[in-house]
Write a protein that binds this ligand. Structure first.
Ligand code: FRU
Length: 479
């Protein structure tokens, strides 16, 4: 698949292929903001209008910042601006005024943010370190930036992200090729240099290094088959062992290389792998500056392509997930599970243990829900198929095929000791399914039938056994 350059799509007016066009909505009569019919109740959405990629994910002084690609004036993509939300627990969010607005260098495309603890860029004005955003100025995507190319720029904040100043010396990385974009920056302590992963063009990415965020040296190019846009690059312990680490390079669709990095060169260990098999998982990014005592690598994706008829907003983020690298017979694999803070939303719990599940049985009979966290361990026994029907949509494990399917997407998943584990997050417009503690995931959007809120568990072809099953009703994040 060749990805067309975004600015040419913009110029040709084709960007609406990303989303069905809906008339710009306002909150309908009888509905209150954040409680509208199709408003996700525990996934981030912009208060109003369009959003796409998560940007500038950074943790600072107790706050998770979630910037996002935002069209402040329209229900469809355009006028790219960094919207901004903050939260203290990865679950509840509060939207703040927009952080970065278009200027003569371009509209503001995707990028990242870091805490400049050592003041390497010299932006710090008070006692606290500055936050620095590294973003793409998408020249040529607005009348004001006509004739400008795509370049990489800086902005900084000395008030915990509340106000931002663009660096007077922008751009810090001039145009290289095509619509080069989406800088993701990390601090590499052993060489005391910043490392930037950048999408260049086609399927080519690059790494750069800098002592101060302002002057960058090219380190290498990296070919990433079938992938483009939004790189991320980070180190992870293998099987939780902080003394044994590998590096992970992800593309926008979450495909990833595992490899080694010595500060100058990233060398993949093998071919790229798929992290998530769902229909709506894109523009993934992980948090910068999570304190070492926490140590998690936390990722958010844009659930691109969801539909929200007649809503005042358009699109939603995935639920934040913790990433780990685990060893399997087939090699090291990136695993993702919802962050543990989901438990803050847990309400009433329904639980079962050691229940034989024959074809036709449904121990859940009568259970209904709109917001749920379902966790199950199932022994496959003689069944040919086991699974759930969630608001009428099957989440199906095929024993013969060794596949987990949900909403027209399928992931390979081998049982472990004859069992599978499932976690399912149900929100009003999405279903996120995690198999075997995040060995695979399927992140998908849907529009459920309004009158069907049933949840069923089933086995077909023979008897299986529910080792444990918990269904948590979830509270909305909105009061
Ligand atoms: C990914 C992407 C990025 C770009 C941004 C524009 O969805 O196309 O490559 O920076 O969105 O909104």
């Amino acid at each position: 698949m060749t990805l067309p350059p975004i600015s040419s799509l913009f110029r040709r007016g084709f960007v609406n292929f990303w989303v069905l066009a809906f008339a710009a909505g306002t909150v309908a009569a009888g509905e209150t903001l954040y409680h509208e019919t199709w408003r996700p109740q525990f996934h981030f959405t912009a208060q109003k209008n369009w959003h796409n990629d998560p940007n500038g994910l950074v943790f600072f002084r107790g706050e998770y910042h979630l910037f996002f690609q935002h069209n402040p004036t329209g229900i469809n993509w355009g006028n790219m601006t960094w919207g901004h939300a903050v939260g203290r627990d990865l679950v509840h969010w509060r939207q703040l005024p927009n952080a970065l607005e278009p200027d003569r260098l371009g509209t503001i495309f995707s990028g990242s943010a870091v805490v400049d603890w050592q003041n390497t860029a010299g932006f710090r004005s008070g006692r606290e370190p500055a936050l620095v955003a590294i973003y793409t100025a998408a020249g040529g995507t607005s009348p004001e930036s006509k004739g400008q190319p795509f370049t990489q720029c800086l902005a900084y904040s000395n008030d915990r992200g509340r106000t931002w100043t663009k660096f007077a010396g922008n751009p810090v990385l001039p145009h290289i090729v095509g619509d080069n974009r989406d800088p993701k920056v990390i601090w590499f302590a052993p060489t005391r240099r910043w490392i930037m992963a950048l999408f260049k063009d086609g399927h080519t990415y690059a790494l750069f290094a800098s002592p101060n965020l302002k002057s960058w040296t090219h380190l290498q190019d990296l070919e990433f088959p079938d992938c483009g846009e939004c790189p991320d690059f980070f180190e992870l312990p293998v099987d939780g062992n902080r003394r044994h680490t590998r590096w992970v390079f992800t593309a926008a669709n979450g495909h990833y290389f595992v490899g080694g990095f010595d500060g100058a060169k990233f060398t993949p260990d093998g071919p790229p792998q798929v992290a998530d098999w769902g229909k709506n998982y894109y523009a993934v990014q992980t948090y910068s500056d999570i304190p070492p005592a926490d140590g998690r690598r936390i990722q958010i994706a844009w659930m691109n392509g969801g539909r929200y008829p007649d809503m005042p907003f358009n699109q939603q983020m995935s639920f934040p997930c913790e990433l780990t690298l685990r060893s399997f017979p087939e090699g090291l694999r990136l695993c993702r599970v919802p962050v543990r803070e989901i438990a803050k939303l847990h309400g009433h719990q329904h639980a079962w243990k050691n229940v034989t599940l024959r074809p036709g049985d449904d121990p859940l009979a009568g259970l209904e829900g709109e917001l749920l966290d379902i966790r199950a361990e199932i022994e496959l026994g003689d069944a040919s198929e086991v699974g759930f029907r969630v608001r009428g949509e099957p989440v199906r494990y095929s024993v013969a095929g060794k596949t987990l399917s949900s909403l027209d997407a399928t992931a390979p998943l081998a049982p472990v000791n004859g069992r599978i584990q499932l976690q399912i997050l149900l929100d009003r417009t999405s279903l996120e399914v995690f198999g075997n503690a995040g060995r695979v995931s399927l992140t998908s959007c849907f529009l459920p039938k309004p009158d069907n809120r049933r949840v069923e568990v089933y086995a077909a072809g023979g008897a299986a056994k529910i080792i444990s099953l918990r269904v948590y009703e979830l509270r909305s994040i909105w009061p």
